[in-house]
Ligand binder design. Structure first.
Ligand SMILES: *Cc1c(COP(=O)(O)O)cnc(C)c1O
Length: 428
């Protein structure tokens, strides 16, 4: 083999695995033999630590009943704030700027209800055309609740190619009429990272509040939300953070806004020592905890207790480094092995803009995904013609990336994808 061929060999992938300092984390997760799981950006895998944490919360319920709120290993009354503190290093915040609560969409509703204060001609919300639909539905409904026409007051920045947004285009539409900007940190399809620091500076220079949806970046890339001065952020914890299906989400509110009245109030936003006074006048917390509403979903937050231990141990910088190596390697292999098969990579490849997954387009994408699944490779399909591949730093290996590309090559060469219909399933 020539040197050039060597880097496309399985032996080379195995060499990368040998040198991988995070390789031991894979053993902490439940992986299925014979399955290459590349969908951890939709639903992360279960770790042993998460499983243990759920059992421990179940034990507390069994043994302590109501006293579990204040006793036991993880007193439930303080769990949302405690998990917020554990998330703080991942978003780059002060400990009390984060709380684990609600869901991504529910938290967006709360934050818009709190931070969108239209007045005069400053009534519009700025978003983008590529964001996840749930965010857009939430923004439109919030506009309507305030009596505004959503089609006139929601401005969605366009993408020239349908995959990438240009920071300059976003800044250009930050006009006097914009009250709030809500953007994804990492786009859910192309995986593009937006320049949160610059966008925040530009928004603030125009007296505009700005918040980010971190669903695809938390646990995958480092953030410095406090330092950048971002006003608010929200996310789900079941993707890169492996919190389990429907796991409780999270939100960030910058300390400069502490004391702000929550738009959607509920008793769990109270100061802890006042909550059980049962007064009808809310004494809201003066940190991110104020933005909680009702009783926390303890059983759906429990996996995070364990899962976040792994992030603390691995460190987000090592995770990011390996993730970049994995996507770089995947990119190289796709270009080499699949160049004649009609795939187009739509993700930006510069390190500054590349999130933790790659997005491939192919006109037969739906059935190619079905053929991959039949061969034990789990990507995800995004209508109409996209395949997302997410090699996860904590549990995927370079060898798995190698097998994936080579299995995909086999499917294309043998045309086995033609056995399947080119339509998406109910969940894609
Ligand atoms: C996954 C995802 C969501 C999901 O929101 P939920 O409220 O957890 O259902 C929202 N926004 C983006 C960008 C996502 O990727």
């Amino acid at each position: 083999m020539s040197d050039r061929e060597t880097i496309f060999s399985l032996a080379y992938a195995k060499g990368l695995d040998d040198k991988d300092e995070l390789k031991y984390f894979r053993d902490e997760f439940y992986t299925n033999p014979g399955v290459i799981y590349l969908d951890g950006n939709s639903l992360g895998l279960l770790s042993k630590q998460a499983e243990t944490a759920v059992s421990s919360v179940m034990e507390a319920w069994k043994n302590l009943a109501i006293n579990g709120w204040i006793e036991g290993e993880h007193p439930w009354f303080y769990l949302s704030e405690l998990l917020g503190e554990k998330l703080a290093p991942l978003v780059g915040s002060r400990l009390n700027e984060v709380v684990v609560t609600g869901s991504a969409t529910g938290n967006l509703h709360q934050l818009i209800a709190s931070f969108y204060n239209p007045s005069g001609t400053k009534t519009k919300i700025l978003a983008d055309q590529l964001n996840f639909p749930s965010d857009i539905y939430a923004l439109k409904s919030q506009l309507e609740l305030k009596g505004y026409n959503a089609s006139e007051n929601l401005i969605q920045v366009e993408s020239l190619d349908g995959h990438i947004l240009c920071d300059d285009d976003i800044i250009e539409v930050m006009t006097d009429e914009i009250a709030v900007v809500v953007l994804p940190s990492v786009l859910y399809r192309s995986g593009q990272i937006l320049d949160m620091k610059r966008l925040t500076q530009e928004a603030h220079a125009r007296n505009i509040i700005i918040g980010f949806d971190l669903c695809h970046s938390i646990g995958a890339i480092p953030h410095h939300l406090h330092e950048w001065g971002v006003d608010f952020a929200f996310w789900c914890n079941y993707k890169h953070l492996n919190g389990g299906p429907g796991s409780v989400g999270g939100l960030f509110v910058h300390e400069k806004h502490f004391g702000k009245k929550p738009g959607l109030a509920g008793w769990f936003g109270s100061k802890k020592d006042k909550q059980f006074d049962m007064e009808h006048e809310l004494t809201a917390e003066e940190h991110a905890g104020a933005f909680q509403v009702g009783t926390p979903h303890i059983l759906s937050a429990a996996p995070l207790i364990g899962s976040l231990e792994l992030f603390e141990e691995a460190g987000i910088h090592r995770i990011r480094n390996k993730s970049l190596q994995l996507t770089d390697y995947l990119f190289g292999l796709i270009n080499h092995e699949l160049k004649d098969h009609g795939f187009v990579i739509k993700s930006p490849m510069s390190e500054k803009q590349r999130g933790a997954h790659l997005f491939l387009e192919h006109k037969e994408a739906a059935r190619i995904c079905k053929a991959l699944k039949a061969e034990g490779v789990i990507p995800d399909f995004r209508a109409p013609n996209g395949i997302r591949i997410a090699p996860i730093a904590l549990y995927n290996s370079f060898s798995e990336v190698w097998y994936t590309v080579n299995i995909l090559k086999g499917i294309m060469e043998d045309e086995t994808f033609k056995k399947y219909s080119n339509e998406r399933g109910v969940i894609a």
